[in-house]
Write a protein that binds this ligand. Sequence first.
Ligand code: GTB
Length: 217
Amino acid sequence: MTPTITAFERSPDGGKGLARDMRVRWALEEVGQPYDVRLVSFSEMKEPAHLALHPFGQIPTYEEGDLALFESGAIVLHIAERHAGLLPDDANARARAITWMFAALTTMEPPIVDREVAKLLEGDETWYEQRLPVLEERVRDRMGQLSRRLGDADWLDGEFSAADLLMVSVLLRLKRSGMLGQYTNLSAYVARGEARPAYKRAFDAQLAVFTAAFTGR
Ligand code: GTB
């Protein structure tokens, strides 16, 4: 059965692949699962039909027959568990990969999002200039720790897995800040992820939505 995911009708990131449907598209592309996309506007996300799928009125969602999921990490895990290629077969290696998936979403992503939200929503506040260095320091702490652990390995734990897919997706949010460039091995790690054919297909698909929305083509 072909799953359907939701994505922004007009992504605020300008098609840079930073909205969270991108990680779900990437996972589906990695495992070779075709999918449909239903585009939703900001107002549609808050209407009952979408809230029935996503209690917080956000994207992405994932529908497959009777199953409806939200939360990008849970969706990627679901895809990885049902298809070969995104999680190791060995039980311990699989548990470690899932650990890294959680690390990407619950240890790395929150300080990165906090910094972004402050820049976006609190830039005019009187205390912003004092707060920004604190938020950036928290991001750097995590990046330093991750950088030391990754060392010169290609991926987090052996072969590429759903853990790398999520970690690269999270780190990509830092690219335009210049912070990623300060960690040579993390920059190379992200570039390895972006170079994967499945990543490129997913990126092109989300960019096509943005281009169509703004040019009508
Ligand atoms: N924890 C959830 C998950 O991982 O699925 C978070 C989902 C989420 O934040 N969705 C966002 C959303 O629907 C889109 S991705 N927001 C609408 C709303 O809350 O009303 C977040 C996002 C948005 C924009 C950019 N950007 O412009 O760069 C990047 C990321």
